[in-house]
Write a protein that binds this ligand. Structure first.
Ligand code: NAG
Ligand code: NAG
Ligand code: NAG
Ligand code: NAG
Ligand code: NAG
Ligand code: NAG
Ligand code: NAG
Ligand code: NAG
Ligand code: NAG
Ligand code: NAG
Ligand code: NAG
Ligand code: NAG
Length: 750
């Protein structure tokens, strides 16, 4: 039987109809997702009118399908959007409220932007969501997981989410969860058994919140668990470390745990990293820890462990050992000399008195970071350390070492940070330091060093942070010196490429000595996410500085050479309390300075007009010198100035402008300048009145600093403890008030 013409027509019609329907269905579906994405684009553009380079540039409304748009993925049929990844794209503003109109959305990643406000209810209607990453934003309020039963990955870390987790976390929501990261928020409540029903959970990070209570959660089946920086207390129950423990990483640091480390911890045979830093643990370090042969990182610092370190602690993969701030003391135990694999050894903040040589530590060829600061070591610096050719960081600060600095230390060509400050070292700075071709930080402050600043230091072309304060250094600064730090970025890139950058910033006290400039934007670098002052060089060096040169409190003399202008990374310059004389070189105006302190010298002549070119200057202290001539008019262009002091320069004349920044500083900024007229303050004959909004003079920094901390706090409150800790910072190079202050400030952080 053959088909009639009518049949043919009929079939054709059916086919056409079918095509029409399916065709319409396909394009209709993706069209609706496309429209949602275009409204997402509108939403973002509305809040970010001046975004320049964004993924949205490629979101063209004329495209039939959005599936090839940057940041967008679709299902295999190409009819629905399944994933949006707009992480780290500079988006600012509230969260888009229509994601639920993308019916098959499974992955949403908006991390590392500046999204603020609350999480809208709309998001809980995205029932197919499997991965949600909103980390590193400024999201506040509570969240509600009801409805998101398919979530496998949830990352809300580094926001300002607050409230009791128990109320936000329905048991159903955690059925499929594999990864849960809530760190660095303001969540509270007891952790207890909250996660016992999360059968698939592998990775749980609750660090940096306000959780309390005891550990009763069975974390044996987890691979990673962190509750660091909370307020948990009680003992660490031994039953947690069951026979079938799978843990790879356990971080209970910075809580209030008491008692001993259960020896059952050795059941966690695969443990790679164990961090118990900053608790109130005591007793012996169980020798069983030594049987965890996979352990690479063991941090037991800031506890009260008893004095003997077990002989078993020589695991073959151990690479980081931190025993700082305990009650260890006497001679360094010989067990340390057998840690042939260890790369970082941190013994700071104990009471060790000797034994460096007999322990064999200087023969450990693999060590790249050695921190022995804040102990009671005395006698000469061991010259044997010159043989530790892999050292990148050597911190011997805050001991009682005497004698001169061994020339051999100049052989440590990989050294990136050398801190010998706060000892009783004498003699001169070795010219062999010219060979420190990788050095970024050199801290020799608060010793009794004498002689000139060696011209050879100028060869240290990567040296950005140099602190020589409070020694007996004398003579003029040689012009060649100012090549110091001239090529730091290149060296940094080099060592970073090789994965060679030292990262041993974990000790806040080091950071405090090394970044002594609360006065400069340097301090804001410490606010980046990371725990316990774990800042990294790359944050600091991203823009090639800012560096500092700290020479306060020596006997330096002569003029300040015009070559200073070569230090094109210099953000902070302290010259106070020396015998410098002559004019301030006008070339100083070309430096990217935030801070210029030159008080208590004998500088004379006119203050160069070029000082007005220091547009970023926030602190200017020229008090107690011999400057003369008119106060330069260009000073009024320093609009960022927050502290200023020109007092006791008896020959300064002219008139302080009645408007602008200078007019806001109170009288103490202008004392002892009889020739200087001030629009508000009385001269000796007492005619003028006070200004309504006085600023602060340099002499009274405390309030000013607090203001800065509060400001910074607004951006990163979880790291408030870092900030409050920085609040103790230097200014005058006082010996760092050590140990427990860090702990207290942690407790204050919320
Ligand atoms: C969300 O969708 C609704 C319609 O369902 C619309 O009225 C609203 O403007 C959309 N909001 C945004 C921000 O696009
Ligand atoms: C965004 O999140 C998804 C899911 O969590 C992840 O696969 C992707 O790698 C993330 N993108 C970035 C840049 O982190
Ligand atoms: C979330 O995104 C950030 C990048 O912004 C990434 O580092 C992080 O690993 C992601 N979280 C998860 C759980 O994939
Ligand atoms: C979470 O949302 C669900 C429904 O969307 C609601 O019933 C519940 O009360 C909410 N929970 C909280 C703690 O707001
Ligand atoms: C943290 O949350 C509590 C309420 O749970 C609130 O009182 C407190 O102000 C929040 N802290 C910060 C720094 O946001
Ligand atoms: C935690 O444990 C300690 C003893 O280990 C106990 O004194 C305390 O009451 C417990 N706290 C809670 C909230 O269970
Ligand atoms: C030590 O580390 C190496 C390389 O990471 C690894 O292959 C080896 O299995 C580790 N040893 C133990 C005992 O875990
Ligand atoms: C340094 O560590 C490696 C393993 O990481 C080891 O093979 C080598 O023997 C160590 N070097 C010394 C001098 O102990
Ligand atoms: C330093 O290196 C030089 C050769 O560059 C060598 O002669 C000298 O002995 C070394 N000093 C020490 C203390 O290792
Ligand atoms: C520092 O060393 C000098 C001798 O070099 C000595 O007179 C002085 O007492 C020492 N100071 C301290 C605090 O040990
Ligand atoms: C800067 O340092 C890099 C790496 O150390 C080196 O290759 C380059 O030649 C240096 N440049 C100058 C001008 O010294
Ligand atoms: C932290 O939690 C405790 C209760 O455990 C509460 O008293 C305190 O106010 C909370 N702190 C903040 C800043 O929310």
């Amino acid at each position: 039987m053959s088909l009639t013409a009518t049949d043919h027509h009929f079939l054709a019609a059916i086919l056409m109809f079918h095509c029409l329907i399916t065709g319409k269905t396909v394009s209709g579906d993706i069209e609706s997702d496309k429209q949602v994405l275009l409204s997402l684009k509108d939403h973002i553009v509305l809040w970010n009118p001046v975004m320049i380079e964004t993924p949205f540039t490629g979101w063209n409304s004329k495209d039939e399908s959005p599936c090839n748009w940057p940041g967008i993925s679709c299902n295999t049929r190409g009819n629905h959007v399944t994933a949006i990844d707009l992480s780290d794209t500079n988006i600012e503003g509230p969260l888009f409220r229509n994601f639920s109109r993308l019916p098959e959305l499974e992955h949403l990643n908006l991390s590392a932007n500046r999204i603020y406000g609350m999480i809208p209810d709309d998001l809980s209607k995205c029932r197919n969501l499997r991965a949600l990453n909103l980390s590193n934003n400024i999201i506040r309020g509570e969240f509600n997981l009801t409805g998101l039963d398919n979530l496998e990955v949830l990352d809300l870390s580094n926001n300002r989410i607050q409230g009791n987790l128990r109320l936000m976390f329905p048991a159903k929501a955690c059925r499929n969860l594999v990864v849960l990261k809530l760190s660095s928020n303001n969540l509270s409540g007891q952790v207890d058994d909250l996660f016992n029903l999360c059968r698939n959970l592998h990775s749980l990070d609750l660090g940096g919140n306000n959780f309390s209570g005891n550990l009763s959660f069975q974390f044996g089946r987890l691979l990673e668990y962190s509750v660091s920086m909370n307020s948990l207390d009680g003992e660490i129950p031994s039953r947690f470390f069951s026979e079938n423990c799978n843990l790879l990483r356990l971080d209970l640091s910075d809580n209030f745990f008491v008692g001993q480390i259960p020896k059952e911890i050795s059941n966690c045979k695969d443990l790679v990293s164990l961090n118990l830093y900053g608790n109130e643990l005591s007793g012996e370090i169980p020798p069983e820890v030594g049987s965890i042969s996979s352990l690479q990182s063991l941090l037991l610092g800031e506890n009260s462990f008893s004095r003997d370190v077990p002989e078993s602690l020589v695991m073959s993969n151990l690479s980081l050992l931190d025993l700082s701030r305990n009650g260890f003391g006497g001679d360094v135990q010989e067990v340390f000399g057998r840690l042939h694999q260890v790369k970082s050894l941190v013994l700071s903040g104990n009471s060790y008195t000797g034994g460096l040589l007999s322990s064999g530590i200087p023969e450990l060829q693999n060590i790249s970071e050695l921190d022995l600061s804040e102990n009671d070591f005395s006698g000469p610096l061991p010259v044997e350390i010159s043989q530790m050719s892999n050292l990148k960081m050597l911190v011997l600060a805050n001991n009682q070492f005497t004698g001169s600095i061994p020339h051999g230390y100049g052989n440590l060509s990989r050294l990136q940070a050398l801190d010998l400050s706060f000892n009783n070292l004498s003699g001169s700075i070795p010219s062999s330091f010219r060979k420190l071709s990788s050095i970024f930080w050199l801290m020799l402050a608060n010793n009794s060093l004498t002689g000139k600043i060696p011209a050879e230091l100028g060869n240290c072309s990567s040296l950005l942070w140099l602190n020589l304060a409070n020694n007996q250094l004398s003579g003029p600064i040689p012009p060649e010196f100012f090549n110091v730090g001239s090529n730091a970025t290149a060296q940094f890139i080099l060592s970073n490429q090789a994965g060679q950058t030292a990262s041993g910033f974990s000790q806040c006290t080091n950071l405090m000595r090394w970044i002594p400039t609360t006065d400069s934007p340097l301090s804001s670098f410490t606010l980046f996410p990371g725990r316990r002052c774990e800042i990294k060089f790359d944050f600091l060096l991203k823009r090639g500085g800012p560096g500092y040169l700290q020479l306060r409190g020596n006997k330096l003399s002569g003029g300040l050479p015009s070559e200073i202008s070569k230090m094109h990374h210099l953000g902070t310059l302290y010259l106070d309390d020396n015998g410098f004389y002559g004019q301030l070189p006008p070339q100083i105006g070309s430096l990217p300075l935030f801070t210029l302190q030159a008080s208590k010298n004998m500088f004379s002549g006119e203050i160069p007009e070029e000082i007005g070119m220091l547009k970023r200057l926030q602190i200017l202290d020229l008090s107690y010198n011999n400057f003369s001539g008119e106060l330069p008019g260009s000073l009024s262009s320093l609009t960022d100035l927050s502290r200023f002091n020109i007092s006791y320069n008896p020959y300064i004349s002219g008139r302080v402008p009645s408007t602008g920044q200078l007019s806001t500083f109170d009288q103490s900024a202008f004392l002892g300048n009889p020739l200087l007229e001030h629009p508000f303050f009385p001269t000796e004959d007492g005619r003028r009145t006070s200004p309504s909004v006085p600023g602060k003079a340099v002499g009274e920094p405390a309030e000013e600093l607090l203001d800065r901390f509060r400001f910074a706090f607004a951006f990163s409150y979880p790291f408030f403890f870092v900030l409050s800790f920085l609040g103790f910072l230097f200014l005058g190079n006082e010996k760092i008030s050590p140990l427990k202050s860090e702990r207290k400030s942690k407790r204050r952080r919320m």
